[in-house]
Design a protein. Structure first.
Length: 159
């Protein structure tokens, strides 16, 4: 069976402006909501710092997981250890948030607010990372498809 590079057969479509905008808006709204909620919360600074750190940890882990899964899907090497760690850290951040909220003195509506803002932010960060990568791949494909004379002139968009 001949071996081949999966990336040779991938055709990436450019994400729509609406999807890119909605992804960035959801990420901004989620982070802003979470941070404003923490700013206005009547809790100790150490507790606010804990929730802020959990948000940053979750965001990094979600983006790292998305990149790892996508790399593996495209045939790029990703170690099982790194992929497992990415999944683990996403899970750990969710568990940390749940345990922190469970043991806090916040009302149920406040706990729900932080949970929803956290989930929306993680989902939006994955969508933003996907859009960034799709745009880069699309631009790379366009440059490769452009005739040599267009590339030399710096023009990559075909008429």
């Amino acid at each position: 069976m001949p071996s081949y590079d999966r990336r040779e057969f991938l055709v990436v479509q450019k994400p729509t402006v609406a999807f890119v905008g909605a992804s960035w808006a959801a990420l901004g709204l989620g982070v802003l909501s979470f941070v404003v909620g923490l700013w206005n919360a009547g809790m100790d600074r150490s507790e606010k710092g804990f929730y802020g750190a959990v948000l940053v940890l979750g965001l990094f882990a979600a983006v790292s997981l998305q990149k790892s899964v996508r790399d593996r899907t495209e045939g790029l090497p990703v170690s099982a250890l790194y992929l497992g760690l990415s999944w683990s850290v996403v899970g750990i951040s969710v568990i940390m948030l749940v345990v922190g909220l469970w043991n806090s003195g916040l009302t149920l509506s406040e706990k729900g607010f932080y949970g929803l803002a956290f989930a929306m932010t993680l989902f939006a960060s994955v969508a933003v990372q996907k859009n960034v990568r799709d745009n880069l791949q699309y631009d790379r494909q366009q440059q490769q498809a452009a005739p040599e004379s267009y590339r030399r002139a710096g023009m990559t968009d075909l008429p």
